[in-house]
Design a protein around this ligand. Structure first.
Ligand SMILES: [Zn+2]
Ligand SMILES: [Zn+2]
Length: 383
């Protein structure tokens, strides 16, 4: 029976001593070539598929392979012999999917457009550098005007000694001799079933098509180095807590001549003890004495531009708010500003002496309804 049977290694187009991975690869290549779904009525393909399955069945089994290596076809179970009714049974059964985990994977390569094709992206294509994220903190008042902030980050920069080529000064990267610069190599397998060609990534150059025989010592052949980069970045007036700025082109340098990434700065604004912000409006509380409130006075209101004088009328009440138009926070990239709202807090005197208490009582006795209309309304309702 051995007379008309082909050597199993020959059938799969591999050498004796082939690794499990290579064997699997070779088998997959054959499956792609002879799968019955691709050749519905092709008797010859069916026969070849059968032959391939049989060869793989033996060679992928350590024990069977060892026997086959030693004794040839005589060393293995005769039921593996071709034309003995093995048919296609073994192909679509568990043996197949078991070996490859997921049968869908195989079918995807048949019908998903990946059949025989190479979808590997070009490793020499220009790639944009990574964006770098960092954060800065500024005070409330700094956020109200244009501010310069020193930003320090670690980033990749083009190696100055080799200009990014990765090759030692005076040398250059050379075309990979294994793949002649294509980054892929063709593996040709000549078998009695025909000549098979598969393509794989070139081991020598890792698919770049270039080899650096004498790497640049500064960057170890990487073409870029990590460096501390610092820059004074202008933060525009009006920025709010949590907003980000993008400084174009100041991220990691690009690869293969691609553009640089960006530097992205998240700005956090420290809260202030005096000022509060809502949108572009600023809120403050202004404590005044009950005398100032009763008689009116020129008071001092703190704003983001500094303290300003403001006249409040006699009879100002606790909680009254005065609005200063256009004295709030500058609106980003616009020429207008929000408002400032100053809320009056009347401070009630504490720790009065006996004499002060008597004066206050005497004063209070002098009050009538005209002095506090709201109170009158309230007592009228109470009656
Ligand atoms: Zn190569
Ligand atoms: Zn270098």
């Amino acid at each position: 029976m051995a007379d008309n049977k082909r050597d199993y290694y020959e059938v799969l187009g591999v050498q004796k001593g082939v690794s499990d991975d290579e064997l699997k690869k070779a088998y997959r290549a054959m499956v792609k070539k002879y799968h019955p779904d691709l050749h519905p009525d092709d008797k010859e393909a069916e026969e070849k598929m059968k032959e391939v399955n049989e060869a793989y069945d033996v060679l992928s089994d350590k024990e069977k392979r060892a026997k086959y290596d030693q004794f040839g076809f005589a060393g293995i179970d005769p039921s593996y012999g071709a034309g003995q009714g093995g048919g296609f049974g073994g192909f679509s059964s568990g043996g197949f999917s078991g070996d490859f985990g997921d049968i869908g994977d195989i079918f995807e390569s048949f019908f998903g457009g990946g059949f025989g094709g190479q979808s590997r992206s070009n490793p020499n294509a220009p790639r944009r550098g990574q964006d770098i994220k960092t954060s800065v903190q500024i005070s409330f008042l700094e956020a109200c005007k244009d501010t310069g902030v020193d930003v320090r980050v670690n980033r990749y920069e083009r190696c100055p000694d080799c200009s990014g080529t990765g090759a030692r000064a005076g040398t250059s990267a050379e075309t990979c001799p294994s793949c002649r610069g294509s980054g892929t190599v063709r593996v040709t397998q000549r078998t009695p079933l025909g000549v098979f060609q598969t393509t794989k990534t070139c081991d020598r150059c890792g698919g770049t098509g270039k080899v650096i025989n004498s790497p640049c010592p500064t960057c170890s052949g990487q073409g870029r180095i990590r460096k501390v980069f610092s820059k004074n970045v202008k933060i525009p007036a009006g920025i709010d807590d949590g907003q980000t700025l993008r400084v174009t082109g100041e991220g990691d340098c690009g690869i293969n001549g691609g553009p640089n990434g960006d530097l992205i700065i998240r700005v956090s604004v420290r809260p202030d003890e005096v000022f509060e912000r809502e949108g572009f409006d600023v809120y403050t509380e202004v404590p005044i004495s009950y005398l100032q409130a009763a008689l009116g006075d020129e008071i001092t209101i703190p704003t983001i531009d500094g303290n300003i004088k403001y006249r409040i009328p006699a009879g100002t009440q606790n909680g009254d708010t005065f609005h200063l138009r256009g004295q709030g926070i500058p609106k980003l990239n616009r020429n207008t500003r929000g408002d400032h709202h100053a809320t009056i807090r009347v401070v009630v005197p504490k720790n009065l002496t006996k004499k002060q208490q008597d004066l206050l009582r005497a004063f209070n006795d002098s009050l009538d309804d005209r002095n506090s209309p709201e109170k009158k309304k309230f007592s009228d309702w109470f009656k």
